[in-house]
Design a protein. Structure first.
Length: 485
């Protein structure tokens, strides 16, 4: 109860101090107009699309200025979630951001983060640079740094403070796809409270490096759920490693490395080199990559002590939060690969079924159906829960041991993204907000039925599924192609 009160009070204080939420106006003054340059935003299919262009400090300013309402709102949800989970107040997160993460961030991205704060300030926001950095480290601080610190200090973790199991994803090529070329897809799993806000489509043209198209959370310089592509034809996604326990406070933040890799890597080898340089172990993932130019795909399992790389031009890789490397499982996780009832292993079985059953037929349409799949391969029945590729924790009557989740936790799949070789060539993707299956989540009746989650009430919104919507680089508001599914 004390934690709920603290989280609710913090949320209320911030809500009272925030500026009025409205779509920012472009060009309030000449200095602002000069920094905005060619940047713009529009909304389509439940997504907010932003085009950002220029030097790091200007890309950051455009980001903070154009997305100020979404960043303010998204920040409050992350703050409430992280304070509740970690049992630390928000000043602790500012401290970690300032003293642990910030000094290891590349100067280019320090400039971009400063720009975000300056853009927010130009819209009247009171968020500080430390707040912006902590927001970017939202996956790293609460779920990786705090457990590491607790172990160092001989403290027990609060219940549920473990490395998360987020996402279902696959990549395929060669004889498994309909045209022999790459197909890649991903749905983001996280809490509905945070995930409902995970609906920004970033189109970034930096002064140096590759043009990027990626989905992401408002205020962050990397995708975070990690689905994106660059104009060299490299496509990237991932699923987290459940039960991971490593962290190196002297390493470079994952949010900085993953953005750099998407921006500067032209192929799989370069991506691996950038991500491995200064690896701090936070947000440990099984990464799935595809090269459009060569039709090669890869799975890179990147731990702190161990890593493994598999590559092919004829086959597939998939992820559902299970680790693969035996040494990594033993030394860096508490994951039980023999527990068939766990969400990661049940979905692993389902992935194997859908990939083999559809060999030679996999295309964008099938990929979208995979992202929406409600087959429970553990209980051999149909019905959305945490065993299904499109996860629904709010309908799940069982606790999920590997993530220390209680029954009916409001988490699961909160968006979906799909692309193939031809789409990647044009730097485009299909994306859907909310559950990829199209089901809606309504907060009020859920909280009435499950008051144990009432601490989320200040920030838990309805999560309404949008249509599958096509986006491309340098997209414009009048390009309104949607798929009505």
């Amino acid at each position: 109860m004390r934690v709920w009160v603290r989280g609710a009070v913090v949320f209320a204080m911030l809500a009272a101090s925030a500026f009025a939420v409205k779509v920012p106006l472009i060009g309030k003054s000449d200095p602002v107009k000069a920094r905005l340059g060619h940047a713009y935003r529009f909304e389509r299919g439940g997504w907010v699309y932003v085009h950002l262009e220029g030097k790091p400090e200007d890309i950051g300013f455009q980001h903070g200025y154009l997305l100020a309402p979404e960043i303010e709102d998204g920040f409050k949800a992350v703050q409430l979630s992280d304070v509740h989970a970690s049992k630390h107040d928000w000043e602790f997160f500012r401290h970690v951001a300032r003293d642990i993460l910030w000094p290891k961030v590349d100067p280019e991205y320090q400039a971009e983060l400063r720009g975000i704060q300056e853009g927010l300030a130009a819209q009247g926001s009171k968020l500080t640079l430390d707040d912006v950095v902590a927001l970017n480290g939202m996956e790293e601080i609460a779920d990786y740094y705090v457990p590491w610190l607790n172990r160092l200090q001989g403290k027990l973790n609060p219940p549920g403070l473990v490395a998360p199991g987020n996402c279902s994803a696959f990549v395929a090529t060669g004889s498994y796809t309909s045209d022999g070329k790459i197909v890649i897809a991903h749905n983001n799993w996280t809490s509905y409270m945070v995930g409902e806000r995970w609906r920004i489509m970033y189109d970034i043209v930096p002064a140096k490096g590759q043009h990027i198209l990626m989905d992401g959370y408002p205020g962050t310089i990397t995708s975070g759920d990690d689905f994106g592509m660059n104009d060299e034809g490299l496509v990237i996604t991932e699923t987290t490693i459940s039960g991971f326990v490593g962290f190196d406070p002297n390493g470079k933040p994952e949010f900085s490395r993953s953005r750099k890799a998407m921006q500067y890597a032209k192929n799989i080898d370069q991506w691996i080199a950038i991500m491995s340089d200064g690896n701090n172990g936070a947000y440990a993932n099984d990464w799935l990559l595809a090269e459009r130019k060569t039709n090669e795909i890869a799975r890179v399992e990147l731990g702190l002590l161990h890593s493994a790389v598999d590559r092919t031009k004829d086959g597939y890789f998939f992820g559902s939060n299970f680790p693969i490397d035996v040494a990594l499982i033993h030394d860096e996780t508490n994951f039980d690969p023999m527990d068939a009832s766990s969400s990661p292993n049940a979905r692993r079985k389902r992935w194997q079924q859908v990939m083999e059953t559809n060999k030679g037929k996999i295309d964008v349409d099938l990929a979208r159906s995979f992202m929406s799949d409600h087959e429970d391969a553990f209980e051999n029945k149909k019905g959305a829960n945490l065993h299904t590729l499109c996860g629904h924790g709010d309908t799940n009557p069982n606790a999920e041991k590997v993530w220390e989740l209680q029954p009916y936790d409001p988490m699961g799949a909160v968006n979906g993204k799909v692309a193939d070789a031809e789409m990647t060539k044009k730097m485009s993707m299909y994306a859907r907000t909310g559950h990829p299956c199209g089901d809606n989540f309504k907060a009020a009746p859920f909280l009435k039925e499950h008051p144990e989650y009432s601490w989320q009430a200040p920030a838990l919104h309805d999560m309404i599924a949008g249509p599958w919507t096509l986006f491309k680089e340098r997209d414009r508001e009048d390009n309104k192609k949607q798929d009505g599914e």
